[in-house]
Design a protein around this ligand. Structure first.
Ligand SMILES: [Zn+2]
Ligand SMILES: [Zn+2]
Ligand SMILES: [Zn+2]
Length: 437
């Protein structure tokens, strides 16, 4: 895609040229000067500072003989696009400079089951003063009901984003191309989201050329595509998580408009929507009108420090219960029974053996990541492969369902009554069963 036309750069020896950085390696970079990509040495003075040269930077170069150039200056940036770093929280990484638009790509499968990436993309773009476009790829790989879910889930973004498009990755998307024309756009998405294929098809569309068969090289570094007259695309390596820190309440309400709308109806002004009575957000979550993954993504933008203050009654504890059995004793939140690890016949005592109640502390088994801490009521039992029974718990606060193995000393009478409860309350008179033959 990069032009390698050899229209020689004509300049008097020593005169500075202006170019755009398209690629960066350790001590060298490539820059687009006019229609040509040239190799430049980056001086040590610029390398010493982190992110002093990034893709998209306007730079000045001087020729140093042969086909080589040396970068002398980085011109002032109009803006920078940044993301966080999960390994060093609070740190920010500059991904590119002088960008107008962010294009975030997720697969249809992601869109159906997960949330959080698009939301943080919207926030990251807002911080950089950029517009956002959304593309949901690989729509052909999900069924019709999933496609309906996607349309529903995209609704909140229609107002916020510049363009919201869905398609199979090889299809041109006119609306998307229109929104990117004459802009410099950075494209982000997880590995395998179809980002590179999409870039290729957008480029072909802009050039009015048929889509070539050659595959784009997989992206290991941020790189710049610019033989599109005045439209530029910046491809990035797979990003799964933007790791944003210090998300403000204002940014949260921008990315989660429907939750903010509900908050206005909560009983308390400073409602955290975690455990408050009369919380409209929790109510909608219980009723299934607010999607759980959106709710979880919303809560995950709140800093752990801020969370800690609210859950002060929980002892701080570094054991990872995903891999370690829980050997602690506790008093049942419902019936007050002292529950010890003895007699459970399992390493993981999940619920009270006497009343079968539990507490909503996990998002995934053992992670202790839930902020809910609501009482989990036993609502049913089911039989796993191999005949093992498990109790279905439902959280009284947020409506979350979970399945948990029974313990050796669980109240057998209560388990039996849970198992037969639907039979004792049939939704139709039993004598009508015969007529269904
Ligand atoms: Zn609330
Ligand atoms: Zn109990
Ligand atoms: Zn809960």
């Amino acid at each position: 895609l990069k032009k390698n036309k050899t229209n020689k750069i004509t300049n008097a020896q020593g005169e500075k040229l202006t170019g755009i950085v398209t690629n960066i390696a350790s001590k060298v970079c490539q820059a687009l000067v006019g229609q040509q990509i040239v190799n430049c040495v980056v001086p040590a003075s610029l390398l010493s500072e982190r992110s002093s040269v990034v893709v998209g930077d306007n730079v000045q170069l001087v020729p140093v003989g042969g086909e080589q150039y040396r970068l002398t200056d980085v011109l002032p940036r109009t803006n920078v696009y940044k993301r966080g770093d999960r390994r060093s929280p609070g740190q920010e990484i500059i991904v590119a400079a002088n960008v107008d638009c962010l294009l975030v790509v997720v697969t249809a499968d992601y869109m159906v089951h997960q949330a959080g990436f698009i939301e943080s993309a919207l926030i990251s773009a807002k911080r950089a003063g950029m517009a956002t476009a959304i593309f949901v790829s690989k729509l052909d790989l999900v069924g019709t009901s999933a496609q309906a879910i996607i349309q529903e889930k995209l609704k909140p973004y229609q107002e916020i984003a510049e363009a919201v498009c869905v398609g199979s990755s090889l299809e041109y998307c006119e609306e998307l191309v229109k929104s990117l024309r004459s802009k410099t756009t950075i494209v982000i998405g997880d590995r395998g989201c179809g980002k590179s294929t999409l870039i290729k098809s957008i480029v072909a569309n802009l050039q009015g050329a048929p889509l070539g068969k050659d595959k784009l090289p997989s992206t290991h570094a941020t790189s710049y595509y610019s033989d599109l007259v005045d439209t530029n695309l910046i491809d990035t390596p797979g990003i799964r998580d933007l790791a944003l820190s210090n998300v403000t309440a204002e940014e949260r309400s921008f990315a989660f408009p429907e939750i903010t709308g509900l908050s206005a109806e909560c009983q308390f002004r400073s409602c955290t929507h975690i455990h408050e009575a009369g919380c409209k957000v929790l109510d909608e979550l219980r009723q299934g009108r607010l999607r759980r993954e959106r709710y979880d993504a919303y809560q995950s933008t709140i800093e752990p420090v801020a969370k800690q203050k609210k859950v002060d009654k929980e002892p701080v504890n570094d054991v990872d219960y995903r891999h370690t059995g829980c050997q602690e004793s506790f008093y049942c939140k419902k019936c007050g029974e002292l529950v010890t690890p003895f007699g459970a016949g399992t390493e993981h005592r999940n619920h009270c053996p006497k009343c079968l109640a539990s507490v909503h502390v996990d998002n995934r088994p053992g992670d202790r990541a839930s902020l809910c801490h609501g009482l989990m009521e036993p609502v049913s039992v089911w039989v796993r492969k191999g005949g093992e029974w498990a109790v279905i718990h439902r959280c009284k606060e947020c409506g979350e369902l979970s399945s948990n193995r029974i313990a050796a000393d669980d109240n057998a009478m209560l388990l039996m009554s849970l198992a037969v409860r639907p039979l004792s309350m049939p939704p139709f008179p039993l004598h009508t069963l015969a007529s269904h033959e």
